[in-house]
Ligand binder design. Structure first.
Ligand SMILES: Cc1cc2nc3c(=O)[nH]c(=O)nc-3n(C[C@H](O)[C@H](O)[C@H](O)COP(=O)(O)OP(=O)(O)OC[C@H]3O[C@@H](n4cnc5c(N)ncnc54)[C@H](O)[C@@H]3O)c2cc1C
Length: 433
């Protein structure tokens, strides 16, 4: 059966499939694949836009490898199986009174897939999900299992947290969780000019700040989420009917209908885009952190995202604003801008750098190539590092320049996988043979 990713931008026909339910079964599958001369790739939830998960060799479906293995409520250290989805993780942590310190905007990914590509949320003082990893277990090409953490195999730890599946198959991940917390969400339309003028203030003054900008509209949707201190009344959830109206109808059903209309009649895209921007409304509510981070995404799209040094983001956006109106094909989807703190993971987009993340999207089936090329040229000139799971055309020569520890990562790869059991064409492009 052909495997396809969520966006429909990558597909594969693996020669064999395995469904491991334990570390031992991962090792058995790797050895069986090796015996047949096949390469090996773990399949997460398929939510990467790049062909990072593609294999013509053996595919290890890790969806049966889920759940919590151990939890220490005192330290907040929780060990989970690699195939646990973020949704399952949030539910399980909730019952323990714990939470992830930060998350991206969906919860369908597996924890191992999320960290392997450097998935992140937003927050100037918070790094990506991989930075919350305190240790992990990896099954290597010879079937052996190796553990790493800051104190044990530290080089492997620096490499393995964001490793694109290149070193081995992750079997468990230990996460440094925090006590469960409530977020107060404030989402409101604002003039784009004001958001740009106050970008640093908003980034510094909020725990989680991001904005969406419709390329032909004058308004941005600004989202600011902050913890509710102490016991100030507990969560004030949005009524269920309003949540349904705002997120299911406005952001999914109605927006999906606008997108389909634009795809049928492209000359309507600009006015529809302005309409979408003009109908943005103010919303404020509070809820357990993961309910605020995560939103349903039912309208399919393609996406590229670059992390750029924070001080360069306004220049990148200015060039994008100048370039988008000149594109031959109009853009239907908004641009998303987020921020994150630096971390110490060698191939993390946040490696030793405070970033702003600029993500561009286009509705499935509409032309996107010229837009994405424009964006990449602007973001790369600003020293950008592309998200490993989102569309880009960069190669190993480029990454050598933007990741100071790139050569160290390749050294660890040579040690862990000298025969390239975990290779695929995408890794050849981004890491070299
Ligand atoms: C609608 C949507 C919203 C998104 N929102 C965000 C966001 O807010 N922030 C963000 O940063 N990204 C976001 N992404 C991107 C997404 O988080 C990443 O692409 C992530 O990798 C997807 O996880 P997955 O489980 O689907 O992994 P896959 O895409 O299935 O796999 C990714 C890689 O991880 C490898 N892998 C998976 N499991 C293992 C394992 N056990 N051992 C070794 N390697 C493994 C795979 O082989 C593959 O190379 C979004 C994507 C979509 C489609």
């Amino acid at each position: 059966m052909t495997w396809q990713n969520w966006a429909g931008t990558a597909s594969a026909d693996p020669a064999r499939r395995y469904w491991p339910h334990s570390t031992e079964e991962i090792a058995e599958a790797i050895l069986a694949a090796a015996g047949a001369g096949l390469t090996v790739r773990a399949l997460g939830s398929g939510h990467s836009f790049t062909p990072v998960g593609v294999t013509s060799g053996a595919a290890l479906d890790i969806s049966g490898l889920s759940g919590i293995v151990a939890a220490d409520l005192e330290s907040g250290l929780v060990t989970v199986r690699a195939g646990t989805t973020i949704r399952e993780l949030n539910a399980a942590l909730g019952t323990l009174g714990l939470a992830m310190p930060n998350l991206g905007d969906i919860d369908a990914q597996t924890i191992s897939g999320a960290i392997s590509t450097g998935t992140h949320g937003t927050g100037a003082r918070l790094a990506g999900i991989a930075a919350a990893v305190a240790g992990l277990d990896l099954v290597l090409a010879d079937g052996s299992v190796i553990s790493c953490s800051a104190g044990k195999n530290p080089d492997l730890f620096a490499a393995a947290r964001v490793s694109l599946g290149a070193l081995g198959v992750i079997s468990t991940v230990t996460l440094a969780c925090v006590p469960a917390f409530t977020l107060a969400a404030d989402e409101r339309p604002m003039r784009l000019e004001e958001v740009l003028a106050r970008f640093d203030e908003f980034a510094a003054g909020n725990e989680h700040f991001e904005f969406y900008w419709f390329p032909y509209g004058k308004n941005a949707l600004v989202k600011r989420n902050n913890r509710i201190a102490g016991k100030s009344g507990g969560p004030q959830p949005m009524p269920a009917w309003r949540r349904f109206l705002e997120y299911e109808v406005m952001e999914n059903a109605a927006f999906g209908a606008l997108c389909r209309t634009g795809r049928r009649v492209p000359r309507l895209i600009k006015p529809l885009n302005r309409l979408a921007a003009a109908t943005l409304s103010k919303r404020s509510y509070s809820a357990p952190s993961h309910e605020v981070f995560v939103t349903p995404r039912r309208v399919r799209f393609v996406e590229s995202e670059y992390a750029v040094p924070r001080q360069n983001v306004l220049g990148v956006l200015a060039e994008l604003r100048a370039g988008v109106p000149r594109l031959a094909d109009p853009v239907m989807f908004p641009v998303e801008v987020r921020v994150a703190a630096a971390d110490d993971v060698w191939l993390s987009t946040g490696y030793e750098r405070e970033n702003a993340y600029v993500a561009i999207h286009q509705f499935t089936g509409l032309p996107y190539q010229e837009y994405f090329r424009l964006f990449e040229s602007v973001a790369a000139a600003a020293g950008g590092r592309p998200h490993w799971g989102k569309m880009h055309t960069r190669d190993a020569d480029y990454f050598r320049q933007v990741y100071p520890r790139f050569a160290d990562f390749l050294r660890v790869r040579d040690e862990m996988d000298p025969e390239r059991r975990f290779a695929n064409p995408y890794l050849e492009q981004v890491l070299g043979a």
